[in-house]
Ligand binder design. Structure first.
Ligand code: KG4
Ligand code: ZN
Length: 352
């Protein structure tokens, strides 16, 4: 048997109750219970509903994860849990559960950053991260370009969205097109039947005057407004809307900007690797265009499989296992949950 540490990770920052177990950097199980259907009719995640759903799902999801991995809780060497960023009440359910397990079983606990999890999860499938890489983090709440150094102990933001996150733009445009929530996977699916060059939607912050000040920042709210205006204009003219073309053209505008800026960041920082993480990294067109542009620029692209791009517990276990490997100090039990946690804080040590 391997002597590598067995780490259980708990993720509850939004609407997914995730429990993942890894041994070293080997994924054993990734159990997820989602409350997304309870939020769908509101067109967005309702924090109080999410917290209650986490409470109900927590114990069954932990039990399912242990049983599928063939381990018992007493075998676990360390616990890891998302301390932020995320919804305050939802985070509290996860951290309280993880603290209870750590105390009851007398094992260390690591309070980790959800955003670091979206990057580090790639190690479970593609091996150790390189010494230095550019990270493109694209989720429902965040869109940033990161400089990931020193075995992910040092994560520096290079730029971020000035308004909507990429996933938020997908969700809002899906709503305009009468597609269900969350809209990203539906736009991805519908766009396959459409023409991405049908409508020339704007590419935010790519004009030369923006590039100086906002070279690695993003803006998607102008794009969303542009899609809304286009749809309203066509409707007013009585024209029937080709949803597939609108979805494909919108998606093309988003992934064009994301991949263009990510490759430019690699070139500017002399990074040979690009790691993409977060829910939007599941997007098939983003994956294809990123591969094309990385190949052309001689950059190695790393993207987790779609299942590990959206929120899950394995990504948190992956960060925990990495911290154990690095000999990092565990968190003390008084660590707080932090709704707004900068990506540079990979682990929250204590209340101080
Ligand atoms: O990382 P994630 O699961 O949760 C957050 O931390 O926010 O990301 C969720 C976001 C949602 O906005 C969802 O629409 C988007 O990821 N998403 C996608 C796809 N799958 C999920 N966006 C585009 N294409 C997809 N295939
Ligand atoms: Zn996420």
């Amino acid at each position: 048997m391997s002597s590598e540490p067995l780490v259980l990770g708990i993720e509850t920052s939004c609407d997914e109750t995730g429990v993942g177990i890894v041994r070293g950097s080997t994924l054993l199980v990734d159990a997820v219970a989602s409350s997304v259907e309870e939020h769908a009719r509101f067109g967005g995640v309702v924090p109080e509903v999410a917290s209650r759903a986490h409470l109900e799902a927590m114990v069954p999801t932990i039990e399912r994860a242990c049983s599928e991995a063939g381990v018992s809780l007493s075998d676990i060497d360390a616990f890891a849990v998302t301390a932020g960023p995320g919804l305050a009440g939802a985070l509290l359910v996860g951290t309280a559960s993880a603290k209870a397990l750590a105390v009851a079983l007398g094992k260390p606990i690591y309070a980790v950053n959800h955003l670091a999890g979206h990057v580090v999860v790639d190690e479970l499938e593609h091996g150790p991260l390189p010494e230095s890489a550019i990270g493109l983090l694209v989720s429902g709440g965040h869109s940033s370009l990161l400089l990931v150094h020193d075995d992910a102990q040092d994560i520096t933001p290079l730029g971020a969205t000035l308004d909507d996150a990429a996933g938020e733009a997908f969700d809002k445009v899906a709503r305009l097109l009468d597609l269900p929530f969350p809209g990203g996977p539906h736009i991805d699916r519908v766009a396959r039947e459409g023409n991405g060059a049908a409508i020339a939607f704007p590419r935010g912050l790519t004009a030369s005057h923006d590039r100086e000040e906002h070279e690695f920042d993003f803006s998607f709210s102008g794009l969303k407004t542009s899609v809304a205006r286009w749809v309203a204009k066509e409707q007013a003219a009585g024209t029937s809307i080709n949803v597939a073309d609108v979805a494909a053209s919108f998606q093309e505008a988003v992934v064009d900007v994301l991949t263009r800026k990510a490759v430019a960041a690699c070139v500017a920082h002399d990074a040979q690797h690009l790691v993409i993480g977060g829910g939007v990294a599941a997007n098939s067109r983003l994956r294809a265009l990123a591969q094309e542009r990385c190949d052309a620029a001689g950059i190695t692209l790393r993207v987790p499989s779609p299942r590990l791009c959206t929120d899950n517990g394995a990504m948190i276990a992956a960060v925990g296992a990495k911290l154990v490997r690095q000999g990092a100090q565990p968190s003390t039990l008084d660590f707080p949950t932090t709704s707004v946690l900068p990506v540079s804080t990979v682990v929250v040590r204590d209340a101080g």
